[in-house]
Design a protein around this ligand. Structure first.
Ligand code: GRF
Length: 220
């Protein structure tokens, strides 16, 4: 057996995606070890999930740094201390600078609550409802310097129902997130996922479009 993939997860809030990843590891569906959970928010409820799972936590509060570069540098130092192989952004609400994203090129993933490239940025569920579209979803992507702009690995689609509120839609999307994030991380852990010249390579093939979760078999 090879060593489990060494992950550091960055959070700012609830950490329900973190929880889904922890669960997948505990159920042996993901050959990975979360070496640490780092939050920029000292009050992030997600820190409790880490504690409960016995994972070391660290708070690096952006408010205590003079500028973005100083924060990014401290964060990078903390991450690299763990010989980290993959950085997992799980509801991390800080914009990361170009030196930071370049340092982790091809080894940092994010989950975004929309079908990218639609609705980058914040308030995606509200904007999807206002746009009166019928379908919404979530995307896992490699992180590049463009906010929510990196190559997309996998997407899950959910319907928008007539009586949806922001909350009901957000929960439907979150439930999909809990499936696709552990799956994408598993592919990376198994050496099946790489960023090659700005494109996603999975199982040796360059993707021409993101993997559609609904079309994947449950054994992939
Ligand atoms: C999720 O919707 C994720 O897509 C976005 O931030 C939210 C984090 O939720 N990046 P949680 O902290 O994992 O519960």
């Amino acid at each position: 057996m090879s060593e489990p993939l060494r992950i550091v997860a960055l959070i700012s809030g609830n950490g329900s995606n973190l929880q889904a990843i922890i669960k997948a590891i505990q159920q042996e569906a993901l050959p990975a070890k979360i070496c640490a959970v780092i939050s920029n928010n000292p009050h992030a409820p997600g820190l409790e999930h880490a504690h409960a799972a016995g994972i070391p936590t660290q708070v690096i509060d952006h408010k205590t740094f003079p500028d973005r570069l100083a924060f990014d540098t401290a964060l990078q130092h903390a991450i690299d201390h763990f010989a980290t192989q993959l950085v997992v952004l799980a509801g991390f609400m800080r914009i990361l600078g170009p030196a930071f994203t370049a340092h982790y090129e091809g080894r940092m993933l994010n989950i975004h609550p929309s079908l990218l490239p639609a609705f980058t940025g914040l308030n995606t569920h509200q904007r999807a409802l206002e746009a009166k579209i019928k379908e919404h979803g979530a995307s896992v992507h490699f992180v590049t310097r463009e906010l929510d702009g990196g190559p997309v690995i996998i997407q899950a689609r959910v319907p928008i129902l007539d009586n949806d509120t922001i909350q009901t839609l957000a929960q439907r999307v979150l439930n999909a997130e809990y499936c696709i994030y552990p799956l994408a991380i598993r592919w990376f852990a198994e050496g099946r996922l790489r960023l090659v010249q700005g494109k996603v390579m999975r199982d040796g093939l360059l993707l021409t479009a993101p993997v559609n979760y609904q079309h994947e078999s449950s054994t992939s």
